[in-house]
Design a protein around this ligand. Structure first.
Ligand code: FUB
Length: 326
């Protein structure tokens, strides 16, 4: 089985968040760029400075690059590193959620507002109050309530929030080596989509047999980064990257707030250290949007977005339609 082609090759793209707006498929990725910064666990080499939006009428059809829709220089609170974004639609407006380091080098999550899915997006002057870490993913449920999921370990700084107070001593650290794994976070969004409407809570991920939280040492299954939430057949699917073991994995639950019971892997490791994805239904089929580093010959911070079809078995488990090349 031949590997998939990148959706675009004129830019390096990563961390694709896909949504269908007005019957068109939109992809909101990170925009990777060349840098001399050496790879480190803080992720300094992922030094992105702006976002592009892409759209298409058909998977596999021509892709439109809508150009730069937001840049770091235009966001008052940002110092650097525009990492994995996501978008949402509500109230006839479009919202781009993005993580970046603030002027104190701490990751926060911002929001920018646009009149169309292809932007441009005007940033709010401050990050979302109460936000922290990276990789925001929005989900608007059928009742109109919107949620924001977020968090990422190591360079994503989630380990600094293991207790309720921010712990700066953990900035260069990795994660706990015993006890339950650190969880992704979730908060409800206010009706105007600009603030948290609830306390930030843990996204609990449970083992199917014991109903206990996945352990911190269980690196093949524990949450690392790249949260995504989608709904299929009345169930909520929370999917994520396992980071240093390089899987895309997921759990299934009955509420957008969890808990989610671990259900398996979606994708095996790709070329490149990071793996990050989204899942969306478009024209009656379900699609996995992901990245690898094939376009740059394997350079971890220069990635390319690809798309694969997924299907569900009769238990609601996710399967790749075509086998993943090894
Ligand atoms: O693109 C920068 C970071 O790499 C993302 O925020 C992570 O999810 C990983 O893909």
């Amino acid at each position: 089985m031949a590997d998939k082609q990148p959706i675009v090759e004129h830019l390096y793209t990563a961390d694709p968040s896909a949504h269908v707006f007005n019957n068109r498929l939109y992809v909101y990725p990170s925009h990777d760029r060349e840098t001399d910064i050496k790879d480190n666990d803080k992720g300094d080499q992922y030094d992105m400075a702006d976002y592009h939006v892409f759209s298409m009428d058909e998977v596999g059809g021509p892709v439109t690059d809508h150009g730069v829709v937001l840049k770091a220089d235009d966001i008052p609170w940002v110092s650097k590193q525009l990492w994995a974004p996501d978008a949402a639609a509500k109230n006839g407006k479009y919202y781009l959620y993005f993580p970046a380091r603030d002027k104190h080098d701490i990751f926060r999550i911002g929001v920018a507002v646009g009149d169309t899915p292809e932007g441009p997006f005007k940033p709010e002057p401050e990050p979302i109050q109460g936000s922290f870490s990276i990789d925001p993913a929005s989900f608007v449920d059928d009742d109109g309530q919107a949620y924001l999921y977020f968090g990422g370990l190591w360079g994503g700084q989630l380990q600094c929030y293991a207790n309720t107070e921010f712990d700066a001593s953990q900035l260069g650290a990795n994660e706990p080596s015993s006890g339950p794994a650190l969880s992704a976070k979730v908060a409800k969004l206010t009706p105007d989509m600009l603030s948290f409407a609830s306390a930030v809570t843990d996204v609990q991920l449970l083992d199917a047999e014991t109903a206990q939280p996945i352990a911190a040492t269980d690196h093949a299954r524990r949450f690392f980064e790249a949260a995504w939430l989608h709904k299929y057949n009345g169930k909520y699917y929370f999917s994520y990257s396992t980071g240093d073991t390089h899987f895309l994995a997921y759990g299934i639950g009955d509420s957008p707030l969890g808990p989610f019971t671990y259900a398996g892997r979606i994708l095996d490791p790709v070329i490149g250290w990071t793996t990050h994805h989204s899942i969306a239904e478009f024209k009656g089929k379900w699609w996995l949007f992901y990245h690898d580093a094939t376009l740059s010959g394997g350079r971890n911070h220069l990635r390319c977005v690809k798309i694969r079809e997924i299907v569900y078995d009769d238990q609601g488990k996710i399967l790749l339609k075509d086998p993943q090349p090894t």
